[in-house]
Write a protein that binds this ligand. Structure first.
Ligand SMILES: [Zn+2]
Length: 439
């Protein structure tokens, strides 16, 4: 039937080409409606195609063949490039410490035991500690970081970093960054030695610059503008090269001495190759934070205020309060206090899993205070079943990230503060591409 129509149209077109343009147009229209290519169109198509050399033709044939072959093959393996979705909702708290001593506590010196307590509280909160370089990778769009994360930094290069802080950080597997100034590296006394620095670098320590002299970068000391510019260049550039040469690293982070800087200093530093620059302004780092002035909380030895501010995320209590329930907390019989599904750190193959928390072992909770947050989605409408005391939420779409963070908060009684359980599970993005099993 189709063949006949083509023949008929072709014959008609042939007959009337010279005489009747209107009829030709009408036939074309009819043919298009019927889904048929008219001879006129065929000619136009052929003309539009470029003439290929024999080599090009051979190559094209090869490409076409393999394309057909690929298309016919069932999709058995995950595509090489897994769908990567950047999570721009992450929030990072950068903590800044200075010196550590056995006892005591002043704004710039913290007692070793207090530091150990703080690190334990972070560990138990389940909020991951990440290296500063991960924040940079995230901001460059190359990788995701957890929904909420902590970065630990220490300024000035005191030996106390090695003797008191480093053993604790190493025990927890926490990465950290030390900011050193050229005039106080490996000079004896209470300064860190190259040997100590190199040893720490083998266990998660990154090194950034803290200038040459540790003077405020806005201090002119009677220098002319030209001299000031030269001096500034030295403070930024010499200190960078000094660390790079001695440690064999790329030094891309800078901590402003006393947190003091201005925009022109920041621009100069970035021109010289610094990519992350930290201040002391008690602000968390988000997707929108300028890399030339990343917020940081200086943790004082004699006051917990800044540690509390730094470790409370999105209005939740800080990690040092007793309201953080560890996902691994158990009752007297050794049963998990809250049963979580997917379990913490579990690798799930279902990209659209149901998230569930069974709270029966907690005794009572106030259902109206329940709030579940899912990384990248914010607060979600989870269901609560009072009979089993379980909170359930089925994800509305398939996860496209390899990591999913969940936070559940609730009150046990009206006069009690919020309690928080947070955990993460991993998604096997590759497995989700495997063909479904045949019945
Ligand atoms: Zn300093």
């Amino acid at each position: 039937m189709r063949f006949l129509t083509i023949c008929l149209l072709a014959a008609l077109t042939g007959l009337f080409t010279t005489s009747c343009k209107r009829l030709e147009a009408k036939l074309d229209r009819l043919a298009r409606l019927a889904g048929i290519t008219t001879p006129g169109e065929e000619v136009a198509k052929k003309k539009a195609e470029p003439v290929l050399t024999p080599e090009q033709q051979a190559l094209e044939a090869k490409v076409l063949n393999s394309a057909v072959f690929e298309a016919a093959k069932p999709e058995e393996v995950a595509p090489k490039a897994t769908a990567f979705e950047l999570n721009k909702s992450s929030v990072v708290a950068i903590l800044g410490y200075h010196d550590f001593k056995e006892r005591g506590g002043s704004p710039m010196v913290i007692a070793a035991s207090k530091f150990a307590e703080q690190m334990k509280a972070i560990k138990e909160s389940g909020i991951p500690v990440i290296p500063l370089s991960d924040v940079l990778e995230w901001r460059k769009g190359r990788k995701n970081i957890p929904e909420e994360a902590i970065v630990i930094t220490m300024d000035d290069g005191w030996e106390g970093v090695y003797t008191h802080a480093y053993p604790v950080l190493k025990e927890h597997g926490f990465p950290f960054t030390i900011y050193l100034y050229k005039k106080y590296v490996n000079i004896g006394g209470r300064s860190l030695s190259w040997e100590q620095i190199r040893e720490m670098m083998k266990h998660g320590c990154e090194v950034g610059s803290h200038s040459v002299s540790h003077e405020s970068l806005r201090n002119k000391r009677g220098r002319t503008d030209a001299d000031q510019q030269l001096w500034l260049l030295g403070e930024l550039k010499d200190s960078k090269e000094f660390l790079e040469k001695n440690l064999g690293i790329a030094c891309t982070s800078f901590a402003y001495p006393f947190g003091i800087f201005d925009d022109s200093t920041m621009e100069l530093a970035m021109q010289l190759g610094y990519e992350t620059l930290v201040t002391v302004n008690n602000q968390k780092v988000t997707w929108d934070s300028p890399m030339g002035k990343l917020g940081r909380y200086i943790i004082h030895g004699e006051s917990d205020t800044n540690f509390k501010l730094a470790t409370s995320f999105r209005g939740r209590g800080d990690v040092a309060s007793n309201h953080f329930l560890t996902a691994s907390a158990k009752d007297e019989q050794g049963n998990l206090l809250v049963e979580l599904s997917p379990a913490p750190e579990e690798l799930v193959k279902d990209r659209q899993p149901t998230i569930q928390a069974k709270l029966a072992r907690l005794g009572t909770i106030l259902p109206e205070t329940l709030k579940m947050r899912v990384g990248g989605m914010g607060t979600v409408p989870a269901n609560y079943d009072p009979a089993s005391m379980s909170v359930t939420y089925r994800l509305p779409y398939r996860l496209r990230r390899e990591d999913c963070a969940v936070t559940l908060s609730f009150k046990r009684a009206a006069d009690q503060p919020d309690e928080v359980v947070s955990w993460r599970f991993k998604v096997d993005l590759a497995a989700a591409y495997a063909p479904a099993k045949l019945p």
